[in-house]
Design a protein around this ligand. Structure first.
Ligand code: ATP
Length: 701
């Protein structure tokens, strides 16, 4: 990176300071000059709404002291951004001085309305990410800034987009510096360096449902988060009303990503696990591989539907309804006809039940009218709520509770056999039974697969609310039943689905993206592949990619945007020396800057952590402490929770044991190992006593 003449840096620092000042003024204006209008009492509600929206706008204008207000600049031929005579920022005072657009986290303008900073999401900012020598998009030069600690502007890098023979790729120095900036905890945003292939996805229109297959570290999570921020900018009203959510695999992951959207100015996005989105508590139990496979299978949807519908039974006798001193009757065959008509409509269970009460009440009212009894507009409603009609409905179309339904189905083999007849084999039915035969909803402990079944039942009973846009990360691990649950939340909204089939480690997960999108109800989604990795240096990704032919034969090997000498180290120790060697590796890693993750088979972690503590190394344990990534520089990570995370240095302990722990099959175990080996930004140190899994051996070995 070239160090600029200090006068140029001074000019840029002054522009940064001016932008800061302007932002302060804008925020003050919002808070002080916009007073609520109207009569204080009559308009109480309106005023409250206005106040909230004002506070929200002020919040969007809050300056974060360490975060520079702009990170890039585009120079355009004079007149492209600003009309002559209307002010505007220019590079110099000559008549042909180029127009300047500074790109940053939000729009900032001075008191006269001149834009000092353009929001990265605005249409004019697109060129910052997409313009290249082949298509300069009207841009003369692109400038990227480097910042020191505390957000001070210290350097810049210019790219001449008009040069006939473009120099070797520029921008890579700052990109590498940004990626390699040591981590101190949670994930950060990438607005300053979004790459063209990522930008394409970030700026896809709201109507587009996207499905992204991406190798480790290609920026899928970053794309998901930035796409949400982009959509909120372009479609704020629509999405604020409809809601936006991002779904991640577990709470540790959510804690890891939680600061990115707020740093982008977006604080109103629900960041949740699937269980959270469904409004159910987190899973408390892990299924066996076979149970997860059976209960995650889409056939279960029909099993649940049959069981629920089997509760609805035509009356055997006529329905007698007392009105005053008289009783009116609805003959059994009339009630059966009503029932037949309603069940044919495929209504939500609760709505069908409600309508049944209304229709029976209607039939009673007709009987009353035939008998010359007085009726008025409220008669039917009153009848529908009467004790006799209610108890008739309770017998014909009993109330249903989704938790009790699933509990009943999975603890009563005969009931399951009836509902699963011709759908599940006897072995599958046995596998689906809940262990320990819980007696009631309170004592039941649910697995993730169970929660999807409960949701299936709940949504048959009552349609759920939907959201405007749903981003689903690590989607390769979803089962068909979980995809259905997500699809039900989509309504007419759209989704961004991201994942890596090579990292699928859950039993019962979908086989491929076609299957996932089918169950999600979006078979026509736009597909994209990301295969340029930013996190992991080439030496490490090449090592991990030896597993690919065994774990995802259809996927191409990812490339890496960076090489990093000495990135990969393998240490084999004598039996008995493993924990000490792991501690030594961690101590070595801690001498460099940044975060260190020790990843091992879940069962091995407690002993390894003890060894670290004995060696005098403070280490947080992920899974027990949600904020582990912020609490300590050194974090012990169970392999099952490593997905989506990253550390400057990773110490991976005993790969063969990581590979052996995934339930239900060797490919899944090797995928878990693939996840563990692809978490490092700078260095991967593999420590082992057992031989490495064969699949990891060098291709020419
Ligand atoms: N354009 C970029 N500029 C700077 N950093 C980037 C860029 N793209 C990705 N990164 C960084 O690379 C790392 C990996 O990104 P991310 O976690 O989004 O990848 P992923 O595809 O979700 O990975 P995985 O499949 O392993 O979960 C992050 O540190 C992210 O900030």
């Amino acid at each position: 990176m070239e160090t600029a003449p200090s006068s140029e840096i001074r000019t840029e620092r002054a522009r940064l300071a001016a932008a800061r000042e302007a932002l302060r003024r804008m925020r003050k204006d919002v808070l002080t000059t916009e007073t609520a209008l109207g009569d204080a009492v009559v308009d109480k509600y309106t005023n409250a709404v206005l106040r909230r929206s004002r506070e929200r706008r002020a919040e969007l204008l809050t300056d974060l002291p360490d975060v520079p207000l702009f990170f890039g600049r585009l120079a355009y031929p004079r007149g492209r951004l600003f009309d002559d005579g209307e002010g505007g920022l220019r590079d110099g005072n000559r008549p042909d001085s180029p127009d300047l657009g500074y790109i940053g986290r939000r729009n900032v303008h001075d008191a006269a309305g001149t834009p000092l900073v353009l929001d990265w999401r605005a249409a004019v900012s697109t060129a910052f990410y997409r313009a290249g020598p082949r298509d300069p998009m009207g841009v003369l030069t692109r400038r990227r800034y480097g910042f020191g600690a505390g957000g001070e502007l210290t350097a810049f890098e210019d790219e001449d987009l008009t040069a006939p023979e473009p120099a070797a790729e520029t921008g890579d120095g700052l990109l590498a510096a940004e990626i390699e900036r040591p981590r101190t905890g949670p994930m950060r945003d990438i607005v300053a360096t979004i790459q063209p292939e990522q930008d394409d996805l970030v700026r896809a229109p709201l109507e587009t449902t996207l499905c992204v297959q991406g190798a480790p570290g290609t920026g899928k999570t970053a794309v998901a988060l930035h796409r949400i921020a982009y959509l909120l900018y372009t479609e704020r009203d629509r999405l604020t009303r409809a809601g936006v959510a991002i779904v991640g695999p577990n709470r540790s992951f959510l804690s890891y990503i939680r600061n990115v959207l707020p740093a982008l100015g977006e604080v109103q996005v629900e960041q949740t696990t699937l269980a959270g989105l469904l409004g159910l508590g987190e899973a408390e139990r892990t299924d066996s591989a076979e149970a997860a496979r059976v209960k995650g299978d889409a056939r279960m949807a029909e099993v649940i539907r049959r069981d629920l519908r089997s509760r609805v039974r035509p009356p055997e006798e006529s329905i007698a309804v007392a009105v005053g001193t008289r009783r009116h009757r609805v003959p059994a065959e009339d009630a059966a006809a009503i029932l037949k008509d309603l069940t044919a409509q495929d209504l939500p269970y609760a709505a069908g039940r409600e309508l049944l009460a209304q229709r029976i009440a209607g039939a009673v009212q007709s009987a009353m009218e035939r008998a010359g009894r007085p009726c008025d507009a409220r008669t039917r409603g009153r009848l529908a709520r009467s004790r006799d009609v209610s108890s008739a409905v309770a017998a014909i179309w009993p109330k249903a509770d989704p938790v009790r339904l699933v509990l009943g189905l999975l603890t009563d083999p005969d009931r399951l056999a009836r509902a699963a007849d011709g759908l599940l084999t006897p072995d599958e039915q046995r596998a689906a039974m809940l262990p320990g035969r819980p007696r009631g909803p309170k004592s039941a402990r649910w697995s993730e697969a169970d929660l999807a079944l409960i949701d299936e039942a709940a949504c048959l009973i009552e349609r759920p609310e939907s959201v405007g846009h749903l981003a689903v990360d690590e989607a390769q691990d979803l089962s068909p039943m979980q995809c259905r649950a997500l699809g039900r939340r989509l309504g007419s909204g759209s989704a961004t689905v991201l994942g890596d089939l090579a990292q699928a480690t859950r039993p019962g997960a979908v086989r491929d993206w076609d299957e996932l999108l089918g169950h999600l109800g979006r078979p026509g989604a736009e597909r994209a592949v990301l295969d340029r990795g930013y996190r992991v240096p080439a030496q490490i990704i090449d090592f991990a990619a030896r597993l690919l032919p065994h774990i995802a034969p259809g996927l191409g090997a990812p490339s890496s945007a960076r090489r990093s000498p000495g990135a990969l180290r393998l240490t084999r120790t004598a039996p008995g020396g493993l924990a000490a060697a792991a501690a030594t590796a961690c101590a070595g890693a801690l001498r460099a800057e940044g975060s260190v993750g020790l990843i091992a088979a879940d069962a091995d972690l407690p002993a390894l952590r003890r060894a670290l503590l004995d060696a005098g190394l403070e280490a947080a344990l992920l899974g027990t402490d949600e904020n582990a990534m912020e609490a300590e520089r050194l974090v012990c990570v169970p392999a099952s929770l490593a997905k989506g995370l990253e550390f400057d240095t990773v110490v991976a302990v005993e790969p063969s044991r990581i590979a052996a722990t995934a339930p239900g099959g060797s490919a899944r175990g090797l995928r878990l190992l693939y996840v563990a080996l692809t978490r490092a930004v700078t260095r991967l140190h593999v420590v082992h006593t057992e031989p490495l899994p064969e699949a990891l051996a060098a291709p020419d070995a």
